[in-house]
Design a protein around this ligand. Structure first.
Ligand code: NCD
Length: 303
């Protein structure tokens, strides 16, 4: 049984296959009402223990575009609220025999726990600050469609890198695809450990941005920070927010990414976020559907 709980479980061949399949689905989706019955008859359970707009909806869209049914399990109205343990909830869901489980959870490693107990493929839709593998895959798809080649691109991930599962999965994946990775973060939001060797570290945007082809901005994960350590919004924007002036320090024509949700005026300015020549942000959302279609195909049809 295959699961997708982190980038490390994917071989280079798996990654290439996933990106090719997603690229082809992205072309298919340019046509109105694209539908395939690749997953017809499958029932997918989606378990979100943390808020989500784009991730949850795009998983559901992806499943439905492939003919599967989706059950959105509602954490707020579940038996967990009646005192049931997480492990009993998972055992109960398992007994219902879904064909796949998509899970987002604030606990580190929760998707691996579910994968160890489930009788079906489990997909991590983000756990704590550990991993968000399908986000990194859709970011790679977005880069590949925008710039053809990821190899040789210099990519800066900026802001709250230390608490970002998006950053962790992207550092692991984009580095393997040949990008030169760097992080730019204030010292207190710099990770203690990195998922791959050779990542350059900067604590200032002025020093870190020159030469970068891609700038990936992150939301400060206030829900994972001690309230006493939450930075002041205006000071954060001044030092680490991506304004047009800071973007001008990067390589000419550098492109901007953000996994969303954006906090405008804190980590990114309106001008940068809304510049159609520089921002890939809405393309990232669009590419979430074909990428997650490819992931479902890969796990459910390739057993
Ligand atoms: C991110 C997440 O939830 O990890 N968003 C996403 O999935 N597109 C980033 C965030 O919450 O800041």
């Amino acid at each position: 049984m295959k699961h997708l709980t982190g980038i490390a479980s994917l071989s280079d061949n798996d990654i290439a296959q996933l990106l090719d399949r997603a690229d082809s689905y992205a072309n298919d989706l340019q046509k109105e009402n694209f539908y395939s019955d690749a997953l017809k008859g499958a029932v997918i359970v989606s378990l979100f223990f943390e808020p989500s707009t784009r991730t949850r909806t795009s998983f559901e869209m992806a499943a439905k575009r492939l003919g599967a049914d989706v059950i959105n399990w509602d954490a707020a109205h579940s038996a967990l609220k009646k005192g049931e343990s997480f492990s009993d909830t998972i055992a109960a869901l398992n007994a219902l025999r879904p064909d796949a489980i998509v899970i987002r959870h604030s606990e580190y490693g929760a998707p691996d726990y579910v994968a160890a107990h489930a009788r079906c493929p489990v997909i991590n839709a983000g756990d704590s600050w550990r991993e968000h593998p399908t986000q990194a895959l859709l970011d790679a798809l977005t880069l590949r469609r925008a710039r053809d080649k990821i190899k040789g691109l210099r990519v800066a991930i900026c802001g709250d890198v230390g608490h970002s599962r998006v950053a962790n999965s992207n550092m692991a994946l984009l580095g393997r695809l040949g990008a030169q990775m760097r992080v730019i973060a204030p010292p207190f939001l710099m990770p203690q450990k990195f998922p791959a060797p050779g990542i350059e570290k900067f604590t200032s945007m002025t020093e870190g941005l020159p030469g970068c082809d891609i700038i990936m901005m992150l939301r400060t994960q206030k829900e994972r920070l001690d309230p006493a350590h939450i930075p002041d919004d205006a000071a954060f924007y001044r030092d680490y927010g991506l304004s047009p002036e800071k973007l001008a320090l990067a390589a000419p024509g550098a492109l901007v990414m953000h996994p969303g949700p954006m906090n405008r005026g804190i980590e990114i300015s309106d001008e940068v976020a809304d510049d159609p020549r520089r921002s890939l942000i809405w393309k990232q959302v669009e590419n979430a559907v074909p990428m997650r279609m490819a992931v479902f195909d890969f796990l459910l049809n390739n057993k």
